[in-house]
Design a protein around this ligand. Structure first.
Ligand SMILES: Cc1cc2nc3c(=O)[nH]c(=O)nc-3n(C[C@H](O)[C@H](O)[C@H](O)COP(=O)(O)OP(=O)(O)OC[C@H]3O[C@@H](n4cnc5c(N)ncnc54)[C@H](O)[C@@H]3O)c2cc1C
Length: 380
């Protein structure tokens, strides 16, 4: 029996995130868009209200949310500001390898640390020559006694400069290539962790990205997550969980752009009638509403499938991320078009949303890469 209504608990979670977004994110989103600074005050407030680390188990100080509950929260964060939302969700991304392959002791220590310090973590996979092609990673972590000596160069790392630790993927045996890829917890105060630069970018300005070098960083053996060589699988399984989050952030942003442009179109009078009364505008709004609804259904289905151990979670999470972010880009572009000069101005948030959602088509695997994942699966 299919039931699309949310449970009381799910409605409560949704309302909690919506209320938080209304009180702290919406009033400050343009400020952070202009300052390009990490919104520590909002992150600390999210900690205070128990909205950080949603999927972390309750015993380690998280909320123990499933992917479905997390995606309800992410939609609300994305509606208020994708840039601020990703500061919170990228932390979840960085913690996921610990969740998937950390030991009890590692989880206790690092989930504990992150909560206690009200800190954030960063997920360090991408390198200058390994973007879409994760198998091209060249960073190395070579075992010497009871330490791994980490050397490497990462880029586009969200939360890099503000993180308490990095989850770094490196090769333990360069001759074996990606078959030796392994994730490590690397505290950022270890000697040799160097933040090289901060990325200047089109949108999502509240979120920071860094180029990072690891120069002979001595990483204790106990910071290795899982067995050597399981890193590629951990990275892919991480994305199975988190791509639905990008879908939900995109969905929220699309909803916001649609609602702002719809309301504006009902008020704006040209040729003695609201512009919404023109079929050309009404049909654009109809398409937006329909595609947002379809994106939500796909996101919910992907999230539900993950939580219920269904097969095809990889393909469904790829579909949800690809479809919802493509819809968000289209809806945001059309929202600007509906509002024309006002849409293009900074008086309204739709120009920011248009800049912000472009990135949702790029990170956690470009939408072309999602299509590779999907086509490989359906043509198998
Ligand atoms: C703001 C921002 C935040 C990010 N945050 C993080 C982070 O926290 N951690 C992290 O590890 N990474 C992060 N990334 C990296 C992000 O995941 C990569 O940028 C993305 O995976 C694409 O890699 P690339 O930019 O090197 O593009 P490339 O891989 O060079 O791709 C260039 C183009 O070629 C296309 N292409 C490549 N291969 C194929 C193929 N096989 N088939 C079809 N088309 C293909 C791509 O779709 C794209 O259009 C972030 C990136 C940005 C911009």
């Amino acid at each position: 029996m299919i039931d699309f209504s949310l449970t009381t608990k799910q409605l409560e979670i949704q309302e909690k995130y919506r209320d938080f977004a209304n009180r702290f994110i919406r009033p400050n989103r343009m400020k952070y868009d202009e300052s390009c600074e990490f919104p520590w005050d909002i992150v600390k407030q999210a900690y205070k209200e128990g909205l950080m680390n949603g999927p972390v188990p309750v015993k380690w100080g998280g909320n123990g949310f499933g992917i479905f509950e997390s995606s309800l929260g992410s939609e609300e964060l994305g509606a208020a500001c994708v840039g601020i939302g990703i500061c919170i969700d990228a932390n979840t991304l960085a913690l996921t390898p610990l969740l998937l392959s950390g030991t009890e002791d590692q989880q206790k220590k690092y989930f504990g640390l992150i909560k206690e310090q009200q800190a954030v973590a960063a997920y360090c996979l991408t390198e200058p020559n390994a973007g879409s092609d994760v198998a091209g990673i060249k960073s190395t972590a070579i075992l010497k006694g009871d330490k791994y000596i980490l050397n490497g160069h990462k880029r586009f790392i969200t939360n890099g400069e503000v993180a308490a630790f990095h989850t770094v993927f490196a090769l333990t045996n360069p001759e074996k290539g990606a078959r030796s890829l392994t994730p490590f917890i690397v505290p950022t105060d270890l000697p040799g962790v160097e933040i090289v630069s901060k990325l200047k970018k089109m949108g999502q300005h509240a979120s920071v990205q860094n180029e990072i070098k690891y120069n002979d960083v001595e990483v204790p053996v106990e910071n290795r997550l899982g067995k050597e060589g399981r890193g590629f699988m951990v990275a892919m399984k991480t994305f199975d969980r988190t791509r639905t989050g990008v879908a939900a952030l995109s969905l929220g942003a699309a909803r916001e752009a649609y609602e702002i442009s719809r309301d504006w179109a009902k008020d704006r009078i040209q040729f003695n009638k609201p512009i919404a009364a023109n079929q050309a505008v009404g049909f654009m709004l109809a398409d937006m509403a329909t595609e947002i609804e379809a994106a939500r259904m796909l996101t919910w289905r992907a999230a539900w499938s993950y939580d219920n151990d269904q097969k095809d979670v990889s393909v469904l999470s790829a579909m949800s991320k690809m479809y919802a972010s493509d819809v968000a880009m289209k809806v945001a572009t059309n929202a600007v078009q509906v509002m024309a000069g006002d849409g293009y101005s900074k008086e309204y948030p739709v120009e920011k949303i248009m800049r912000d959602v472009k990135l949702c088509q790029i990170y956690e695997g470009t939408n072309q890469v999602q299509r590779v994942v999907i086509s490989k699966r359906i043509l198998k």
